[in-house]
Design a protein around this ligand. Structure first.
Ligand code: AR6
Length: 528
């Protein structure tokens, strides 16, 4: 019997659990401890809406590998013309205290404390951006002086050493949006020391904006659109400095707490699936997936411009994660809470364009954070189609998704997961497999799933059908896991190209194992 689509128009967007409504307990008061650093004075009551004071009162200089090397540290030195060591921050202050009236002066200022790169960095994308930008005058008269001042306020605004969220350690960092702005202003002026050399072994992503300013292999059109978003962010905060807060959490799934997927008798989670809508517009109050790179933000300051990079440029506070988040390991994710969206956009990848302001009306929690929780979860990149069906790869992806969906601040009544084709674009994963993997992980984490297929209508219909069949037959996690492994071993045994339309897809396999069929949409979906 072939399933009718209507049979599965079961689940509605309105039935999804969203924060803060879904929580049965209120957020505990904000407290700092060894694993949770807070860079401002914690208000005795709840966040009141006024600007927060940095903590401690004056700058504490720490120059070691456990903390971000700060531009304003006394240890940040460069050599003078006479080869004598001089304070690099003094040089930064000297140039940023002066009026910068045009692009060449701006370049000169940045290079004056990055002399090592004076012959290696170009500013071609930035130059082109100014050639096109109609509000160039406004930028040099108002916005740039504002960014200069903001960058220079670093030693009085960010007084506490910023911890590196170390690999393998569950840790959190909460800071004010104003502090984030100040740090981003420093990234704009490329002031962060020890962050320019691009060695393969580096475990921290780059943060200085030098890469965004340059043009390589004809990517200046992409970078110009990104710059429009970044400049829009600075213009917005110049007009009104946001007063809220942000939390970045490195979440680790200890090896001992990995569920035994083949033994879980948990029933499958609710699923809403649609080909219309997307994560950032429709995921309010849900845990939103960032289809990440293990270097969070991926190519946001470079060439990349797909889901993660787009999210980071419209919500630039997310870029800050790169300052203190070393590359994610297989059992780790980064949760970004409270990042505000500032820009609207159209298009995707090469067609991406800045579309103007976006006013984010998301309500805030008692710590002052917008109720926007985004989890950076990096899938594996698959050069060929079959490798992803190897059991250790499947387990890696289920465990990563489970780590992302587990939740940290609350343990029950968690909001739905808002996700989609995780790992199936740039990383070339199989949509059917990844959808089932995410369903398994969400089910064990006891969360509903809201899945946007990003325009793929056949995928929407099929996923809804397959989910409906699984639920109707009360298939549990362990049974679904077993079906996936059976299909995978078939793929690996045959060594066929699984995407060949003559071969059975995972959804078809599952349907036939349940004594059902997918109907006509099956093949179309795969071709899509
Ligand atoms: N909402 C819902 N779905 C989306 C959205 C959106 N806003 N944008 C894209 N999709 P991709 P990956 C769908 O390629 O394969 C970056 O460089 C769309 O179907 O961004 O995990 C990272 O830094 C798209 O094809 O994620 C990594 O280096 C699919 O999601 C790398 O890409 C996958 O989006 C990650 O690649």
């Amino acid at each position: 019997k072939s399933f009718q689509a209507e049979e599965y128009k079961s689940f509605d967007l309105g039935e999804l659990r969203r924060a803060p409504k879904c929580y049965k307990h209120s957020l505990p008061p904000l407290r700092f401890d060894m694993t949770h650093k807070v860079l401002f004075k914690v208000p005795s009551e709840e966040w009141s809406g006024s600007l927060l004071q940095p903590y401690p009162n004056s700058f504490m200089d720490k120059w070691d590998e456990h903390h971000v090397y700060m531009p304003c540290s006394n240890h940040n030195i460069m050599s003078s013309q006479h080869d004598r060591p001089v304070s690099r921050w003094k040089q930064i202050e000297n140039v940023l205290n002066e009026k910068i009236s045009g692009i060449f002066e701006l370049e000169e200022a940045i290079l004056s404390y990055n002399q090592h790169y004076s012959h290696r960095w170009d500013f071609d994308s930035l130059r082109e951006f100014f050639m096109q930008d109609k509000r160039k005058d406004e930028f040099f008269t108002h916005t740039l002086p504002f960014i200069q001042k903001l960058a220079l306020s670093l030693p009085s605004l960010v007084t506490q050493p910023i911890p590196i969220l170390k690999q393998g350690c569950e840790s959190k960092l909460t800071l004010s949006q104003q502090q984030a702005a100040c740090l981003l202003a420093n990234a704009f002026f490329c002031t962060f020391p020890k962050r320019n050399a691009r060695m393969k072994s580096a475990i921290l992503p780059d943060i200085n904006f030098s890469n965004l300013f340059r043009a390589s292999s004809g990517d200046s059109t992409r970078k110009i659109e990104k710059l429009k978003c970044i400049v829009n962010y600075f213009e917005r905060i110049r007009k009104q400095m946001p007063t809220g807060t942000l939390t970045f959490t490195r979440h680790v799934l200890p090896h001992g707490s990995v569920p035994m997927w083949g033994e879980c008798s948990v029933k499958l989670a609710d699923l809403y699936v649609s080909s219309e809508g997307n994560i950032e517009d429709d995921g309010m109050g849900m845990l939103q997936a960032d289809f990440a790179n293990k270097y969070v933000g991926g190519g946001v300051l470079g060439h990349g411009l797909v889901q993660e990079e787009i999210r980071f440029v419209i919500c630039p506070e997310m870029i800050l994660s790169r300052l203190f988040t070393p590359v994610l390991q297989d059992n780790e994710v980064l949760i970004m809470t409270g990042c505000e969206r500032f820009s609207d956009y159209t298009g995707y990848s090469d067609s991406f364009q800045f579309k103007g302001d976006y006013v984010d009306k998301t309500p805030r929690d008692r710590w002052g954070r917008m109720n926007t929780e985004v989890v950076a979860m990096d899938a594996l990149f698959f050069r060929d189609g079959e490798t992803q069906f190897e059991k250790n790869k499947i387990l890696r992806e289920i465990n990563k998704a489970y780590c992302a969906f587990q939740g940290t601040e609350f343990t029950s009544y968690l909001p739905a997961i808002c996700t989609g084709n995780w790992g199936c674009g740039a990383f070339r994963g199989d949509k059917h497999l990844k959808a089932m993997i995410q369903l398994i992980a969400a089910s064990v984490a006891d969360r509903q799933v809201c899945y946007f297929t990003f325009g793929d209508k056949p995928l929407e219909l099929q996923l809804r059908r397959v989910h409906g069949m699984l639920r109707k037959q009360n298939i549990t996690v362990k049974e679904l896991f077993k079906l996936i492994l059976e299909y995978s071993s078939k793929v690996l045994r045959k060594k066929h190209h699984y995407w060949d339309t003559n071969n059975e897809t995972l959804f078809e396999y599952v349907a036939s194992a349940l004594g059902e069929t997918l109907g006509d949409t099956a093949r179309q979906a795969y071709a899509g």
